[in-house]
Structure formats: structure tokens, C-alpha cells
Design a protein around this ligand. Sequence first.
Ligand code: NDP
Length: 455
Amino acid sequence: MAYRTENPATGAVEKEYNSATDADVTRAIERADAAFGTWRTTDASERAAVLTKVADIYDERADELARVIGAEMGKPLAQAQGEVALASSIFRWYAEHGEELLVEEQLNIGDDAKSLVVTDPIGVLMGVMPWNFPHYQVARFVAPNLMLGNTILLKHASICARTAELIEEILHAAGVPQDAYINLFVSNEQITSIIEDPRVRGVSLTGSEGAGKAVAETASQNLKKSVLELGGSDALIVLDDVDVAETAKAVATARMSNAGQACNSPKRIFVPSTMFDDFVNGVVATVEGIKVGNPDDEGTDMGPLSSVEARDDAIAQVERAVEQGATLRTGGTALEQDGAWMAPAVLTGVTREMDAFKEEIFGPVAVVYSYDSIDEAVELANDSSFGLSGSVWGKDTDKAEQIARRLEVGMTYVNEHGTTKAGLPFGGVRRSGYGRELGRWGFGEFANTKLVRVA
Ligand code: NDP
């Protein structure tokens, strides 16, 4: 795709960017490889200081960064500010914890030799990142790997090119060497050639299954490590001891955050049949109360979707669900104005035979299901090709925890959904991908865990 800023609130193309030539790509690989030789030998405290400075600049420029997110992909200002703060916290976390994660471990295996395990970087990495959390997704790949001593070539989503430029600018201003982090506006074919290059040692992608498959195939053909963070159709199970009105509001709000465009949004909501009608009424009331408006306006809850294509895809999924027998309780149509606007929707009556049960709906559509027993709810929740995260909501948190542990996903929660923090692992199973980001888990994905043994 062409790299450009097209404001999804208006449809106006605000800026177009030049793509990299093949010669630019070759030169970038050479530069990043040469930079690895020096960046890896810097003292860990020096790299930590650079990451702290990155976080400081993020904090100083938070408002500007948040407004660019809104202009490029439509996220309301308060949510965009939250994302920028999260990105900053990730750089700060690795600055604070990186040195302890690099400590050598002495193994005692009952013989007289010295056995040490050291953590080394592996070289140049390729990152392919999406638009839905354009700072956070990059931070969780870049912060641990720069701390470790790897160098990075970064291809951001074509619709958030300005954010891509800003990230590079901030990293360099903080002291990351020019060649240790290089932003590239490249095509899919150029990504393939980058992954094939012997100097590039691994690739991390956050995005769709199609993009994940393409990148993982090239990586595996070249015997390289890949980490994939793909889609999800997370289950959220409500137990019968909750406050119905309060929980319906919290759950609907969680689903509609970022206009529903989050991999780990609660896309399938399971509610006891005894409280189904009241719960659905609460969800519909909350969704109808959402203030859809300009991302920059104070009080906006939901902006446009990221693009007209993304909006049309979400609406087509709603229409197909209705054709297949589901009931549309509210919303689900395009707003009659320029830009990628959509009225947030609530669907009920979706059965497991319908596409809406099996597919990911990457937009503002809450789908509420009813269940009769906990076993049925767990079985329905696990009946998915995805396995990113899931949650259980109930006053009896011990009971809720036991149910949450039965979910076949990478992350489970009780009384919240999708919380992400720098120190917590993030990632899924099944078609949601493999590998983990953040915390100490994200630090190990592109590390050489090396044995040093002295007899
Ligand atoms: P895409 O997969 O199209 O885009 C993500 C990135 O991959 C972009 O940089 C894109 O570039 C690039 N890309 C697309 N096709 C290829 C290819 N064949 N080879 C290499 N790179 C490629 O995803 P969407 O923009 O549609 O984002 C939404 C999807 O991503 C959803 O399925 C969502 O669930 C998933 N996602 C998962 C997350 C997670 O953490 N698990 C987080 C966010 C989203 P370009 O923009 O130039 O097309």
C-alpha cells in the first residue's frame, strides 16, 4: 500500500510519503548490521539511560503524539493519550529492569565445572506493525530488543506513516544510534527480501493472519525465529452474581474502546440466560449513549474507524450475521457523512454455525450470547480458532478465577478484560499467534540464551 496520512474523520489525504527503493533497503540492512556490532557492546546502563530518555520525550510530547494518532487512525484524544502513556511506561520498564534481565545465571548441576547462562542479543531484527495501537505495538517490540542490544528495521502500517516518522525521530533524539533503529516505508515484497537477508536474524509481526502467514513462511524457509501477535475473538463470561446494570455498562464500554479495533477486545460476551434480557438492555443503552465524534473533541467516546474499507468490512459482517438469522439491536450502519463513520452495534441471536461466531469482527460490534450452565459457557468460549485472551466477571472472585483458568487462551482476567502493562506477558495460542511480548518473556524471544562452561 502507498504510505499516506488519510484522515478517517474526513477522508482527506493530508500527506503522501515516498516509499523506500530497493537500494535504500540494501543500505538499511548494511547500516543496521554494522550498528549491531557497536550497539551490542555498549554498557547495559548506557542503553537503559537511552530508553529512559525515550520515555521522557514520550511524556513531553504526549499531546502532539496523541493528536497524530487521532488524525491517522481515528482514536479519540483521551484514549490516544492513554496509549502514549502506556508506550512510555514500556520504555521506562525495560530501562529499569533490563540490567537485571541481563544478569548472568550460575548453574549448580553437581559437578566441578563452571556453568553460566548468559543472555546475548542476536542481531538485526525486522518489525512489522499495525495501525490500531501505533505507539504501543512498536514499543513492546522495540524497547526490550534495544535494551538487549539488537538493532531494528521497522515497517509500520501504511496508514500511520507520520507516527512511524515520529517514533524514529524520538528514538534518535534520545540517543539510539541512527543506524540501530531505521524506519522503512517498504512494500510486502521488500519485507520478504529483508527477512531473507542472512544479516537479519528474526521478525516480529502484529497484524492479521494473512500478513502473519506471509512473514512466518519466509522466516521459516530461512530458518529464522518469528513472533506473531495476530487476531482474536475473545470470550467474556459474565457470572450470575454480578450487578447486571453496572457490569453491562463496563463490558459494553470495554468492547467499544478504540472503536472495537483491538485484537483482545471482548468480541463474544456470554451471559446467564436468567439475566440475558436485562443485560442486553444495559449493553444497548450504553452503546446508544456512546458519543461518536471528532477524535480531537473533548467528550468523544468513539471516533471514525481506521478507514472506509475497515468500516465497510465491519458493516458487511453485521449484515451477513442478520442474513443468517441474528438480531441487530442497535447501530450497525454507516453514518451519512464523509469519512469512516459507523454507528456502534449490538447483535444477539448469533449461533455457533454463523460466520459471526467464528470470525473476528474488528469494529464496534458487541455480540451477546446466552448460556445455561458454566460448562456450556466454557465450552462455547473455547470453541474458537483463536486463543488470545478471555475474562470472567463475578463477585465470587475465587469461583471466577477457577473458570478463567479453564479458558484456552494466552491471557485470562477476572473482572477486567485485556489489561496490558509493561511487566505482564502478552500473546496468544492457536491462530492468535505465538511467542510473547512484554515483561521478561518479551525480553527472551530474540535473545541467545548461551551456555558458557569452563571445565
Ligand atoms: P494487516 O495485517 O493488514 O497489517 C498489519 C501490518 O502488516 C501492516 O504494517 C501491514 O502493512 C503489514 N502487512 C500486510 N500484509 C502483509 C504481507 N503480506 N506481508 C508483510 N506485511 C504485511 O492488519 P490490519 O491492518 O488489517 O490490522 C488488523 C488485524 O491485525 C486484525 O486481525 C487484528 O486482530 C490484528 N491485530 C492483532 C494484534 C495483536 O496484538 N495480537 C494487535 C493489533 C491487530 P500495510 O499497512 O502496508 O498493508
